[in-house]
Design a protein around this ligand. Sequence first.
Ligand code: NAP
Length: 246
Amino acid sequence: MMNNKKTALVTGGAKGIGSAICRALAIDGYKIAINYNSSQTEAVDLKNELSAITEVEIFKADVSDSKQVKEMFSVIEKVFGGVDVLVNNAGIAGQMLFTDITDEMWQKMINVNLSSAFYCCREALKFMINKKSGRIINIASMWGETGASMEVHYSASKAGLIGLTKALAKEVGLSGVTVNAVSPGVIMTDMMNSFSEADIAVLKDETPLNSLGTAENVADAVSFLASEKADFITGQVISVNGGFVI
Ligand code: NAP
């Protein structure tokens, strides 16, 4: 039976895939720490929604800033006592020619998508190693597995996240902590807003299951990896992409 005293922190948890993960883990019985940066209204709305089923609190922090991450974890520790499940979901995307990527764009992509996971894992592990148990789940991308043209900085950040997942899994296994990645394909969230209907139709056509993914599809995989059913799984990349990448 699920220990409903455990706490899950979801970065970028107020909207899109993050909010679906918060809902799934709340149903699984976790207390939910919702991190948000700019989506305060959505965070408050989600807190109100989930309050009916679990303890939930919202925490504002730009997770690409190590100082803000440290502060967020110290507040979470006071409110919930620590973090048992960390889902590094916060992320940004961007399409452009490689030669047009500026230093600032490159740094921002790496900081938001990769350094954030480093900062959050470092803080969460203090608690998890002490407790000799914990789950870290990183939301990667199929482009981190295969590389996407016009998204080199995004692909590099997600490939880095997969590398972090594998290496950290080896290092903290003896401490009872598992580290896995969920690697989504095309999922219909605000992140896809910059794609035209024609582009989206092509992506759907290229997907063997001939449909686009939902945030809930990704959340289901996270729920599994956080559960006792995934006790013997670590260092893995679970793809949720309708067969787009096989
Ligand atoms: P989304 O709706 O645009 O959500 C992005 C989330 O990231 C928001 O909750 C946002 O929080 C958060 N975020 C961005 N910068 C942040 C920062 N500096 N600090 C804290 N939070 C930050 O997109 P989504 O599709 O749900 O994306 C969620 C994750 O899935 C991302 O890592 C993305 O790369 C990955 N993914 C998505 C797809 C897809 O097709 N949608 C495919 C593969 C992987 P605020 O709004 O509060 O700032």
